[in-house]
Design a protein around this ligand. Structure first.
Ligand code: FUB
Length: 450
């Protein structure tokens, strides 16, 4: 009996050690590691995100310092798109017999559910002497009983598939299709076992001929099939789409979902899901690594369709999606809008994962942050702030009530100031933080009733 109790205790400890919770309704939404190529899926009423896991090339093994470097995958889940759980590492390059474990090339994956099993598709460089005997990028599958794993990789990669960026669509009639890229975008039917091709790979025609195409993501809505993919039309990737009446096409090029990164992040890679009656675009940007665009971070924004089924272009935001509880850190640097002179900088450029701060240089600077959820009327506000000469800021709600005025004493370091609120608010509100004094003020976060 005692042994049984010890075993249960050990199991609970292992499970809780493997799952880390963090709150972020803002972009980027994974805050402690680089993540890219987010494939989002809805399983059992929750959103699961299967991203690539960018790292910096380890020293001493001859890897290029200026290239993608990925050793393993984690999976993340959320019910509200605000609180994210990291379920830990699910597959690494050392787990699959066919993977060249010196290549660090675990690029963009995908995962689908069929008959209660979870099929995780991932590309990597193959071993010269591996089970398939072929070199180059192959795509393998790992299978689990739960989205969080444990996943068991198949011994061989999928025969007949050479390339990267797997994506799987299971159509309404139960037929599964595998899409991938290698210069062009390919499609083939999958057998019911989800592990083997059931048709010859076909290049999808009628897509742009010039410029790299990769990262296919196919979804169905109102009997139309959307083939979405990153494409280099000019200098860097932008997200484009084509529409067809069948999973294998023909598809007709229709438009752009997201323009090129304004700061030159070379890749973008995305997925599209509907969750709780809202469509979302998951994509990536190099938020935590502005100097090196192969260390990326995943983001979410809402996506909307026009009445004719075309997709409205998505403007990337820092605010992201979901509501932010009023009693959590409200990172106003992940703003909804700001005045021209309000600026954002890293708190600590040496460790960008520490996050950002808002800088108000002049009187009248402001920043707004939407969808803060006041479950209770707040009595106090806390602000982490820095102001060498002191200053005053105020927080205004969307009905123009000044909720709080915060007098910041002169100080030369970060301080958390607490002040009583002036007006009560309840429910979900958009907030505006305004600088109403003359000297510079820097803000890390605000919070109510800490
Ligand atoms: O993450 C490595 C590669 O960069 C992906 O496979 C591509 O889609 C691009 O995002």
């Amino acid at each position: 009996m005692k042994n049984k109790i010890n075993l249960i205790f050990a199991f609970i400890c292992v499970v809780s050690m493997c799952s880390m919770k963090s709150t972020s309704a803002q972009n980027p939404f994974i805050r402690d590691q680089f993540t890219a190529d987010p494939s989002a899926r809805v399983f059992n009423g929750k959103v699961y995100v299967f991203p690539s896991h960018d790292i910096q090339a380890p020293e001493g093994n001859g890897l290029r310092k200026d290239w993608f470097c990925m050793e393993d995958y984690h999976v993340f889940s959320s019910e509200n798109l605000t609180d994210w759980t990291d379920h830990g590492m699910i597959v690494s390059q050392y787990d699959a017999d066919w993977v060249d474990a010196t290549s660090y090339s675990m690029w963009a994956p995908d995962c689908v559910e069929r008959n209660g099993k979870y099929y995780f598709y991932f590309p990597s460089n193959t071993k010269a002497d591996g089970p398939s005997g072929e070199r180059g990028f192959g795509i393998g599958v790992a299978v689990a009983d739960k989205p969080e794993g444990p996943y068991v990789p198949q011994e061989k990669n999928i025969e007949g598939v050479h390339g990267i960026d797997p994506n799987v669509l299971i159509d309404k009639d139960g037929q599964a299709y595998l899409y991938w890229s290698q210069g062009n975008i390919f499609v083939a039917k999958l057998k019911d076992n989800m592990l083997e091709l059931d048709s010859e790979p076909m290049i999808i025609p009628n897509l742009p001929e010039e410029g790299l195409k990769e990262g296919p993501w196919v979804f169905e809505r109102n009997d139309k099939y959307y083939l979405t993919f990153p494409h280099v039309e000019n200098k860097t990737e932008r997200l484009e789409y084509a529409i067809g009446d069948h999973p294998m096409g023909p598809f007709e090029m229709t438009g752009v979902i997201m323009d090129e990164s304004p700061v030159g992040c070379w890749t973008n890679h995305h997925s599209v899901i509907e969750y709780k009656d809202q469509w979302y675009l998951f994509y990536h940007h190099n938020d935590y690594s502005p100097q090196f665009d192969k260390n990326r971070s995943v983001r979410i924004d809402s996506l909307f369709f026009n009445a004719d089924g075309t997709i409205q272009k998505v403007a990337p935001t820092l605010r992201g999606v979901g509501v932010t509880p009023s009693n959590s850190n409200i990172e106003i640097d992940r703003y909804s809008a700001k005045s021209e002179n309000a600026s954002i900088e890293f708190l600590n450029p040496e460790n960008t994962f520490d996050g950002w701060k808002t800088i108000f240089e002049k009187k009248g600077d402001w920043i707004s942050y939407n969808s803060v959820d006041f479950k209770k009327k707040p009595k106090t506000i806390q602000v982490r702030v820095k102001a060498d000469n002191g200053g005053v800021i105020q927080v205004v709600s969307d009905n123009e009530n000044v909720i709080a005025k915060i007098e910041v004493p002169a100080n030369n370091g970060w301080k958390t100031i607490e002040t009583k609120t002036l007006k009560s608010v309840k429910g979900v509100h958009n907030l505006k933080v305004e600088h109403i004094s003359n000297d510079p003020v820097e803000i890390d976060w605000i919070q109510f009733d800490r």
